[in-house]
Every structure is written in structure tokens, then in C-alpha cells.
Design a binder for this molecule. Structure first.
Ligand SMILES: Cc1ncc(COP(=O)(O)O)c(C=O)c1O
Length: 467
């Protein structure tokens, strides 16, 4: 990149040489203090010539238009959000505003992604079968099969397939009659769907802290947050780690509370040998494309309670009476999954054990490549909890994390920071009860690519560079 950086007052000839140096056809223009003040592409150069500039004239600041840039350490996701078909190359600046690298839209193709679906089994075959059957909406054999087999996999009697994991939680809250005036306890370290759905239901979320060791909701923090208005707890088996379900269920039964397990990231995880999802009144799964198994978009509620399952089936289908079609007993929703999605899900479920094992192997590959970095804290294996690897998750010293993101991106490896804590976001500020540990974890945590064939050497080189 060095040869394509030039000062704003160089001659047009030099500017052209700089553009010529860079395969992206771009020059990065800096001011007196070497701060980036513009970018010039070969197209801009052509326009300057057409506007009457000569090759021996120098460029001036007024020739530079607006430009976009990114900062060192921004993730691939963020970089992709700034680039588009028009702006395909964006400079990356350091903390002093000096250009240090650039990102091209095409780079995404050579980056190792954090996640990608594994669709190597019967997915295409079943999808085609569903398509050719013309049962492409929310009725068809694959829906029934997925509900039956997935609920079995979770150790539950009933499954209710829905259009995504977010509406699964909303549906569970509705089926349990949770709404205005009720409080629902959620962990601070989770994806926003966990809290958004409580707000969608009109209830008040109460955000509590997580445990530093497991990263999951802290049962002691739950107890402290209970009030006479508390109606439910939503433990999230975050990054595949089971929550302490024995303690949580004991608290729930002592205070007469519902438990909705958020299993979006933990298909196949077990607590004391029993599948997560089989402890609470209802459990909710996501089948988004980056999840352990996927249907593209999709989700499922599982429960052992037939009454709750029936209620969720009615609510998912506009509140329509099952016997009297087009007669609505209550205000419902369209939260249905399509037979096409379910066809993919059935094929995924055939290989779920294989997929879970493969993800474990990926984590082991990283562990052996990075064994000489004591600064890394790996996600914990806790006695009695069989976690699954959703995304390989580690803690690193917070002050090194940005540099690691930059180094990993430079080596062609995408990376994801842990979730921002809910308590750190102004929209949820009013609902915070406790948040000390989650803040620490959110600043330290990162997810490494959890994809087959990942090149752990690249990750190793990035870590060597930073440590
Ligand atoms: C913990 C958690 N809950 C809920 C969801 C929502 O699932 P979906 O994206 O399928 O709506 C996700 C998905 O990202 C999640 O990670």
C-alpha cells in the first residue's frame, strides 16, 4: 500500500503513478500530518483530466471529494456493511487517522468466514422433493417430520416449527400469557432477540449478570432480581454452554416462575446428561444459517406440555380454531415455517451428531495450534455440562482484542467480538439489574471461524504478531 499513498499537493503525474501501483486502481491521499484526507480512483483521475487539469499540475484539497473509510480492528461484517457495489475499496486508518491498509469488497471471497452452513447431506434432495411436491408453504410432510424428530432430539414430546428463533421466544411468552405488568429475567450477555421478544410481549425485561466462568446467567443474580411481578426466567445457553439448569429450575419452582430456555446457540448440549431444552416449560431454538443446524431462517419451540404445544400451534396460525377454519378465537400471528425450510432441517437433523463432532474437532485444532498462548482463556468444560461448539469462543486480554481483530483480518480470517452487553445499549438501559461480569466478558470475548477446513496456521500467525 505504501507506494499508493501520496500527499495532496503532488503532481497529477505522480498521482497517476500511485494509482498505477495499486491493483485496486486507487491512490490514498494524505495531508501534511500524514492523515488520510481523500482517495482518488482511476475514474476520478479521468474526470480531473477531462475537467482541464494537466499532468504537471498539482492536486489540491478541493479536488478531493467525500470518501468513506474504516478504522483498524473493525470486523469483516462492519467492513462489508460500508462497502457496496459503488464503493468497493475502503481505506483503513489507525488511531491517528493514518492509512494502514485497505479493504476491497472482493476480499470477502478470500476471507475465512466465522460461520457457514454445512449442507453436504440430503438437504438439496429433500428441498427439491418438497419443491416438486408443490407443498411449498407451511403444510407438508417435512414440517411434521421435523417437529417430531427435532423434539425427540431435545428430549421433548412436542415441537412447534416457526419462521425463526426470535418469534419462537415471542410465541413461548404469549403461550404462557406473559404480558403487561409481568417481569421477565434475562441475562446481560446474549443476542438482543432474547430481550426484544419480552418487550414485544409488553412485559418488562430485567437484565441480570452472568457467571464469569460459564458466561451463562448467574442463578444468584436471578434470585436477587425476583420481585412479586416476576413471571419468568429466560436462561440462554450462550455460545453452546448449558446454564445451571438444576439451580434455575429450583429457583423457578420456589417462586412459581416459568422457564423459557433460549437454546438458539446450543443444539445438542446437555446438562447432567439431559438435553438442554427439556428442563423449562418451553424451549426455543433458532435455525438461522450460522447456527449448529439450519433451515435458512427458521426456529422451533419444544415442550412436554401438550396444552402449551396446542396453544402455540393456534397462535402461530393467526389464532385460528383448529376445528373451525377461518374462525379466530384470539388474535394470533403468522409465525409458520415453510415445508421447504423444514425439508432442509430434516436433512440437517440426519447429520446433527456429525456436525457437532466436526465443530468440536475445529475447536481442538485451534487449541493445539494456539497452545503456547496462555493469555487465551478457552470456553470452559464444566463438570456435568456437555457443551457444544456453536462458534469457537475465547477470552483474550481486552487491551489486545482490537489488535487481534486487525491482525486476523490481515491474515484473511474473519472474527466476531462477543455480544455487546444488553446493559451497554441505551435502548435497554432502563431494564438493568446487574451487569459487572458481563461487561468484562463482552470486552474480552471473541469468536473464531468455526468452519470445516479452517486454517489454524493463519490464526496462529496473527496471534504471534500481536503477542
Ligand atoms: C441467543 C439467541 N436467541 C435468539 C436468537 C434469534 O434467532 P433468529 O435469528 O433465528 O431469530 C438468536 C439468534 O441469533 C440467538 O443467538
Amino acid at each position: 500500500m505504501k507506494n499508493s499513498i501520496c500527499r495532496y499537493d503532488v503532481s497529477m503525474r505522480k498521482l497517476l503513478a500511485a494509482i498505477n501501483e495499486e491493483p485496486a486502481g486507487i491512490a490514498f491521499v494524505v495531508d501534511e500530518s500524514e492523515k488520510l484526507c481523500g482517495v482518488v480512483t482511476d475514474g476520478d483521475f479521468r474526470r480531473l483530466l477531462l475537467a482541464g487539469k494537466s499532468l504537471d499540475e498539482s492536486l489540491s484539497k478541493s479536488d478531493l471529494g467525500e470518501f468513506v473509510f474504516a478504522r483498524e480492528g473493525q470486523t469483516m461484517d462492519e467492513l462489508l456493511r460500508i462497502t457496496d457495489k459503488r464503493v468497493r475499496t475502503i481505506p483503513i486508518v489507525d488511531a491517528n487517522g493514518k492509512p494502514v491498509n485497505y479493504f476491497r469488497y472482493e476480499h470477502r471471497l478470500s476471507m475465512i468466514p466465522v460461520a457457514e452452513p454445512d449442507l453436504k447431506g440430503n438437504e438439496f434432495k429433500y428441498l427439491t422433493d418438497a419443491f416438486l411436491s408443490t407443498w411449498i408453504s407451511s403444510r407438508g410432510k417435512y414440517i411434521d417430520e421435523l417437529e417430531l424428530k427435532f423434539s425427540e432430539f431435545c428430549g421433548c414430546k412436542h415441537g412447534v416449527a416457526v419462521s425463526n428463533g426470535t418469534v419462537a421466544i415471542h410465541l413461548a411468552l404469549l403461550a404462557l400469557n406473559i404480558g403487561p405488568g409481568d417481569e421477565v429475567i434475562v441475562p446481560d450477555l446474549t443476542f438482543a432477540a432474547t430481550i426484544n421478544t419480552v418487550l414485544h410481549a409488553g412485559a418488562v425485561p430485567v437484565i441480570v449478570d452472568v457467571d464469569l466462568n460459564s458466561w451463562c446467567i448467574d442463578p444468584a443474580a436471578i434470585e436477587k432480581a425476583i420481585t412479586p411481578k416476576t413471571k419468568a426466567i429466560i436462561p440462554v445457553h450462550v455460545y453452546g454452554q448449558p446454564c445451571e439448569m438444576d439451580k434455575i429450575m429450583a429457583i423457578a419452582s420456589k417462586h412459581n416462575l416459568f422457564v423459557i430456555e433460549d437454546c438458539a446457540e446450543a443444539h445438542g448440549a446437555k446438562f447432567n446428561g439431559r438435553p438442554v431444552g427439556s428442563f423449562g416449560h418451553i424451549a426455543c431454538y433458532s435455525f438461522f444459517a450460522n447456527k449448529i443446524i439450519t433451515t435458512g431462517e427458521g426456529g422451533m419451540c419444544v415442550t412436554n406440555d401438550e396444552r402449551l404445544s396446542d396453544r402455540m400451534k393456534v397462535l402461530r396460525d393467526h389464532g385460528m380454531n383448529k376445528q373451525k377454519r377461518y374462525w379466530h378465537d384470539e388474535v394470533g400471528y403468522n409465525y409458520r415455517m415453510t415445508n421447504l425450510q423444514a425439508a432442509i432441517g430434516v436433512a440437517q437433523l440426519e447429520r446433527v451428531d456429525e456436525i457437532i463432532l466436526e465443530r468440536k474437532k475445529i475447536e481442538e485444532k485451534y487449541k493445539s495450534a494456539l497452545k503456547d498462548f496462555p493469555a487465551i482463556k478457552w470456553q470452559q468444560n464444566i463438570s456435568g455440562r456437555d457443551r457444544v461448539v456453536w462458534l469457537v469462543s475465547i477470552e483474550v486480554p481486552a487491551e489486545k482484542r482490537e489488535a487481534l481483530f486487525a491482525a486476523l483480518n490481515k491474515h484473511g480470517v474473519d472474527v466476531r467480538p462477543f455480544f455487546y452487553t444488553l446493559s451497554s445499549m441505551p435502548v435497554y438501559k432502563a431494564y438493568v439489574h446487574s451487569d459487572v461480569n458481563s461487561k468484562i466478558l463482552s470486552a474480552r470475548g471473541m469468536n473464531l471461524p468455526t468452519v470445516t477446513g479452517v486454517d489454524a496456521e493463519k490464526v496462529l500467525n496473527a496471534f504471534k504478531e500481536v503477542f
